[in-house]
Design a protein around this ligand. Structure first.
Ligand code: C2E
Ligand code: MG
Ligand code: MG
Ligand code: MG
Length: 290
């Protein structure tokens, strides 16, 4: 038991640690109950196509919403869930939410609306379960595979590139897209990158943050965009918070963008409202020529 929790068994006998172990057990118990009660939900952050200013899809981001309305962020619970082997069950809830809503939005007649779901590195190692989760969500919720994208962080992909490449191929063979998340932060080997069957590179928001004031960040963003296009990949920038950042990305032919400027991750009802409203507020008005 102790071993499967990633700790070493003997450490549990020291009093301080046993107190800690109690806390951990409480957390695990809370998470299990939250799973039983379906408290893990997908929020949706719109992604805009910079060529048209239209919302063409979203990224589904996990939220743990307790019955009293308290929210826990994925940065807190995903690492714990990974450690306790609960990540697959959380993924099922988020994936099903993502597919259910996206299938519904595709009935609105607004064109193809995609959804990107984050997958943890652990799940790529357990690929049999992952494939089963993805296949059954698509079938159960009747979402076309090409509308789903799976995001794997660059650091997870590069920690076991052979396996990542094999698993990506299983998904791309089914028509599902694969993306590298947080690109630029994870020690990519370009020799490895070129062998992945990818649809999209996502520029990490740390490069977007100062793109209009730091010439190094500007160079990195434009180089990632150019490289991706040479490799026939799409590029999505994350974390656009200002119009200037967005116009930089547009001028450099970035394909898609998401960020607080357009919207924060939204509950599905609010995402749907944005989809129905057409061009997002932040993108209305004259589009600067470039
Ligand atoms: P990520 O996939 O890189 O997601 C982007 C994060 O940046 C999200 O944080 C989002 O809310 C935030 N963000 C988006 N636009 C902006 C912006 O303009 N400014 C700033 N400052 N932040 C912005 P969030 O939702 O807290 O998620 C954090 C990370 O947790 C995600 O990073 C992803 O790696 C992980 N995650 C989220 N949902 C899941 C999930 O269902 N499964 C797994 N395995 N990981 C998940
Ligand atoms: Mg992501
Ligand atoms: Mg990211
Ligand atoms: Mg990130």
């Amino acid at each position: 038991e102790a071993k499967s929790e990633g700790g070493s068994a003997c450490r549990l006998f020291t009093p301080a640690i046993s107190e800690q172990a109690n806390l951990i057990l409480t957390m695990r118990h809370r998470m299990r109950r939250a799973l039983e009660e379906n408290q893990f939900k997908a929020y949706f952050q719109p992604q805009v196509d910079l060529a048209t200013n239209r919302i063409v899809g979203s990224e589904a981001l996990a939220r743990w919403i307790a019955p009293d309305g308290t929210q826990v962020s994925p940065g807190e619970f995903i690492p714990i869930a990974e450690e306790y082997g609960l990540i697959d069950e959380i993924c099922v809830q988020v994936m099903e939410d993502a597919c259910r809503w996206t299938a519904h939005w595709n009935t609105l007649g607004l064109g193809d609306i995609t959804v990107a779901v984050n997958i943890s590195g652990r799940q790529f190692h357990n690929s049999r379960q992952l494939v089963e989760i993805v296949d059954s969500a698509l079938t159960k919720l009747r979402l076309a595979p090409h509308l789903l994208d799976l995001e794997l962080t660059e650091s997870a992909a590069m920690s076991d590139p052979e396996n990542a490449s094999r698993v990506m191929r299983m998904f791309t063979d089914r028509g599902i897209g694969c993306s590298i998340d947080d690109f630029g932060t994870g020690h990519s080997s370009l020799a490895v990158l070129k062998r992945f069957t990818l649809r999209t590179l996502k520029i990490d928001r740390s490069f977007v943050k100062d793109v209009t004031s730091d010439s190094n960040d500007a160079a990195i963003c434009s180089a990632i965009i150019a490289m991706a296009h040479e490799l026939n990949l799409k590029v999505c920038a994350e974390g656009a918070e200002t119009p200037d950042q967005l116009e930089f990305l547009r001028a450099h032919r970035c394909d898609k963008v998401q960020g607080f400027l357009i919207a924060k991750p939204l509950p599905p009802e609010d995402m749907e409202r944005m989809l129905r409203a057409g061009i997002p507020e932040a993108l209305r008005g004259p589009v600067p020529a470039n």
